[in-house]
Design a protein around this ligand. Structure first.
Ligand SMILES: Nc1ncnc2c1ncn2[C@@H]1O[C@H](COP(=O)(O)OP(=O)(O)OP(=O)(O)O)[C@@H](O)[C@H]1O
Length: 539
């Protein structure tokens, strides 16, 4: 294949940190390259340079046989490189159509024509957003899909996607993959950053592994089992698909000494919880001590709103909300914290990190009446967490704001894991976190649960939900429509509930690839089933 981009000896440092140490890489036309590696490996830095957001210190870039050194994103685009950054920003007041065409040659078209074109473009990949809606009305995953439409409309030769799908559900991922493949079929090249092994297995042509600022490995993921792909990336033997041991009918292995009976084991007892805007409607569930209760659903199904309501971060009403048998009074998150209920939001601006402070200052939660010994012990635990999750090799004194996005997320998760809470409500805690650390976090959450912490774990990644949760609830249109014991649950059964299809049968499974073949504008039919089946086949 003909090389579109050649990267030679690319270097970049930030203060003392050397983010890129001499990267060599080639990308061909029509190729989807998966750029992978641990958090902090330098992936975002590399694509930021290619996208004109950051300038390198040294090295050469050649694009389409011409020297390439963009001084800004618009210069990069002019040369043929379009990008979606990991923490992309959109103008909330712009319409969807305006956002799609803002940097394409259709930018000056009359609004009606833009709306019509946007509708057609979106329909061609199965999106039915109203082009006149404002970007601010969309949730993050929807904004990301509109950004994908924007790069499609720009007609750049090289498209950079930095963890666009980190909170996407299977359906959104299949839409994104459809667009990405279409870009490649049109002869454009894509550099695609992801931490999800299922995405690597099903989408990319070639994997390039970055480690400590250098390309250390390249391989084709085709026909490789997930464990092998993970090994190539992490050099660790990771297992996939293991499920937690059942909590036990009598909760024996989790029973707290001296306490007995079902009531004593019930940590949260929620009945008829609703939010005034109707995002959550009449949700009831009980959470046991030491239980991980997974929660999933399609976008706008109400999981994030339920999470916020459970900790007083959003207004809500209920018939009953008890913790350890006592009615709770929640006006704000501080009230939840007093009750030892911790909350991790899925929004970057709500992570609660003090980015100008050190990792240690973020990890060690202040406790009333703490002795010097307590503080010393807390610091020791923080250091152990940083080590176990490989957050940084340069100690806990570094500023959190200087860490890569995924490592900041690790700090946010680690902070709650070490906060001594009885209940943790975690919304997409592993988004942006590399595959090895994800594995470690799963283990750490299991350990916490085994010591009695109860966890509400929200995720769009059904594989990790099944690996972690004792029971899994599915939300649809604001209601908790199903709760399945792990032993009875499968990706198919969960997705069927999320879609409202009843029980999913394999003979209903996808025909999308066959039906879409040769039809450039066919919307993906039943792509979720196809995606899951493809993944199962590749394991
Ligand atoms: N603005 C900055 N100031 C200081 N250090 C930075 C800055 N941006 C990146 N770094 C450092 O450069 C290194 C590479 O970071 P980069 O964001 O490229 O990693 P990454 O592979 O994209 O990680 P992730 O998977 O977490 O997104 C990290 O050590 C990071 O801490």
């Amino acid at each position: 294949m003909e090389a579109l981009l050649t990267v030679t000896d690319l270097t970049k440092h930030f203060g003392e940190t050397i983010a890129l140490k001499g990267v060599q890489m080639q990308v061909s036309r029509g190729e989807i390259v998966g750029l992978v590696g641990e958090n902090g490996a330098g992936k975002s830095t590399l694509v930021s340079i290619l996208g004109g957001w950051t300038t390198p210190d040294g090295g050469q870039l050649v694009l389409d046989d011409e020297p390439f050194r963009p001084g800004s994103p618009s210069e990069a685009l002019l040369a043929g490189v379009g990008s979606i950054q990991q923490q992309f920003e959109v103008d909330a007041r712009q319409t969807i159509a305006h956002n799609i065409f803002r940097s394409s040659y259709n930018a000056d078209l009359p609004v009606d024509e833009q709306n019509e074109l946007a509708r057609e473009l979106m329909a061609s990949v199965g999106l039915d957003f109203d082009p006149e809606r404002r970007m601010g009305e969309l949730v993050r995953a929807e904004q990301a899909l509109v950004e994908v439409m924007r790069v499609m409309a720009e007609e750049s030769q090289l498209v950079l996607m930095d963890e666009v799908a980190s909170t996407f559900n299977d359906f959104e991922i299949s839409q994104l993959h459809e667009v990405t493949r279409r870009l490649a079929r049109a002869g454009r090249a894509v550099i695609y950053i992801t931490h999800r092994i299922d995405e690597i297995a099903s989408l990319v042509d070639r994997v390039v592994v970055l480690r400590d600022g250098l390309v250390t490995r390249e391989f084709s993921p085709h026909a490789l089992p997930h464990t092998d792909i993970a090994y190539e990336i992490t050099q660790r033997e990771l297992t996939f698909g293991e499920r937690p041991a059942p909590l036990g009918g009598d909760g024996a292995e989790h029973a707290v000494a001296g306490e007995g009976g079902v009531a004593a084991r019930t940590r949260l007892d929620v009945e008829g919880l609703s939010t005034p805007d109707g995002a959550v409607r009449g949700v009831s569930f009980a959470l046991r001590r030491g239980e991980v209760f997974g929660l999933t659903g399609l976008r706008r199904a109400g999981m994030s709103e339920l999470a916020a309501a459970l900790v007083g971060a959003a207004p809500a009403s209920w018939q009953r909300y008890r913790k350890d048998g006592t009615d709770v009074l929640l006006r704000e998150p501080a009230d939840a914290l007093k009750l030892r209920i911790g909350y991790l939001s899925d929004r970057d601006d709500e992570l609660g990190l003090r980015t100008e402070h050190s990792i240690a200052e973020n990890l060690v939660t202040e406790r009333e009446n703490a002795t010097t010994l307590d503080e010393f012990q807390a610091l020791r635990e923080a250091v152990a967490q940083v080590h176990r999750l490989r957050i940084t090799s340069t100690g806990v004194g570094g500023e959190v704001g200087h860490l890569s996005v995924g490592n900041q997320q690790k700090v946010a998760v680690a902070r709650w894991m070490g906060a001594g809470c009885d209940v943790l409500v975690l919304n997409h805690p592993t988004r942006g976190i590399d595959v090895g650390a994800r594995h470690d976090i799963t283990e750490m959450l299991h350990e916490l649960a085994a010591r009695g912490t109860s966890i509400v774990f929200i995720s769009s990644d059904l594989t990790e939900l099944l690996e972690l949760s004792h029971r899994i609830g599915v939300m649809r249109d604001g209601e908790l429509v199903s709760v399945q014991d792990n032993a009875d649950a499968s990706e198919d059964s969960l997705m069927a509930e999320a879609l409202g299809e009843g029980v999913f049968r394999d003979d209903q499974a996808d025909t999308s690839e066959a039906s879409g073949a040769g039809d450039e504008f066919a919307a993906p039919r039943a792509p979720v089933a196809g995606g899951r089946r493809a993944r199962r086949a590749s394991r």
